[in-house]
Design a protein around this ligand. Structure first.
Ligand code: MTE
Length: 318
């Protein structure tokens, strides 16, 4: 069920005003990226202000922050959309280690300081389309996955990039209780082809709305692939493995006829139980004000990614 509360709000217009004040930005700036900024304030919910290259205003209207942090799918913390905000509150995300190995020349284990020091952060305002046919617009903060891959140097056998979420049933009640966790065989695993992973849209995200990620959004580090359905955007990643074979990913394993490996946003290929032609836009306001809009091919990113699938039948490879 959709639960959209109006409390704990940083309304979108305040966020925008704050961005514009901090950046000294008029609404119509033509610059793609502004100089590095740092938000001086410390937030109420322990999320830390980040220093990043801010993206100048674009045409997309941001979803209010309270919806982005309050309406989540993170089955490790329960299947209800409000459950992650409640049950991930005390999720320990620091210290954290991210291991990258498999078919690479340089296997590495990075902690949060390594990540901060090696990868300058930038903001990307992306459309986000869940397979359940709702959508948001989110100002992510992170760095391109290809920068991380350049560090580890995939070998010629590194054809797929596989991501693993933390497995810690003591902290994640959904991993302890089969029903609470939606029947998933944890840890949650996702994967991309090496070409998808190298695409400059593909982001390792560590924050949103100027601050570190809330635990329910996948702190401290998660994947953001804006042309794919939300379930590909795996959260709280501890391991990345390069390998030659296509991995068996979590949702494909659970329901192969419903969730494919590619999971590209495609209004022409319906989910077996519902249409994917349109989406409910989660914006400001309550349930009654939710609008529907047509879904765009590759979620509006066709220009940047359609070439990756030139030789694929997208009905078979859904
Ligand atoms: N990652 C893990 N580990 N566990 C999950 O249950 N849910 C996915 C994805 N990543 C999920 C996950 C789904 S279905 C969606 S729609 C997005 O996370 C939601 O991301 P958001 O809460 O930041 O909007």
């Amino acid at each position: 069920m959709v639960k959209l509360s109006e409390n704990q709000v940083t309304p979108e217009h305040i966020f925008k005003q704050r961005r514009q004040l901090i950046m000294g930005l008029g609404a119509g700036s033509a610059m793609a990226f502004m100089p590095k900024i740092s938000l001086a304030e410390q937030t109420e919910d322990n999320r830390k202000a980040l220093t990043f290259n801010a993206q100048a205003d674009n045409q997309l209207v941001l979803t209010p922050e309270d919806k982005v942090i309050g309406y989540n799918n993170f089955y490790e913390f329960g299947t209800d959309k409000g459950a992650p905000a409640q049950y991930a509150k005390n999720f320990k995300t620091d210290p954290w280690k991210l291991e990258i190995g498999g078919e690479v020349e340089n296997q590495v284990v990075l902690d949060l300081d390594d990540l901060r020091n090696k990868f300058p952060l930038e903001e990307r305002i992306y459309r986000f389309r869940c397979v359940e046919a709702w959508s948001m617009v989110i100002p992510w903060i992170g760095f391109e996955l290809n920068k991380l891959l350049a560090l580890v140097k995939p070998t010629s056998k590194g054809k797929y990039v596989v991501f693993h979420t933390l497995h810690d049933p003591e902290q994640m009640p959904g991993q302890k209780n089969y029903f609470f966790g939606g029947g998933i065989d944890y840890p949650y695993v996702e994967g991309l082809t090496i070409d998808e992973a190298m695409n400059s849209l593909t982001l390792m995200s560590v924050g949103l709305y100027g601050k570190t990620l809330a635990p329910q959004n996948g702190a401290p580090i998660r994947l953001v692939v804006p042309w794919k359905y939300g379930f590909k955007n795996i959260k709280s990643i501890v391991k990345i493995t390069l390998q030659e074979e296509r991995p068996l990913t979590t949702w494909h394993k659970l329901a192969p006829h419903e969730y494919g490996f590619y999971a590209n946003v495609n209004p022409e290929v319906d989910h077996p139980r519902w249409s994917q032609a349109s989406e409910r836009v989660i914006g400001a306001g309550g349930l009654l004000s939710i609008k529907r809009q047509p879904t765009l091919m590759f979620n509006g990113y066709a220009e940047q990614v359609a070439h990756l699938y030139a030789n694929l039948d997208l009905r078979k490879n859904y």
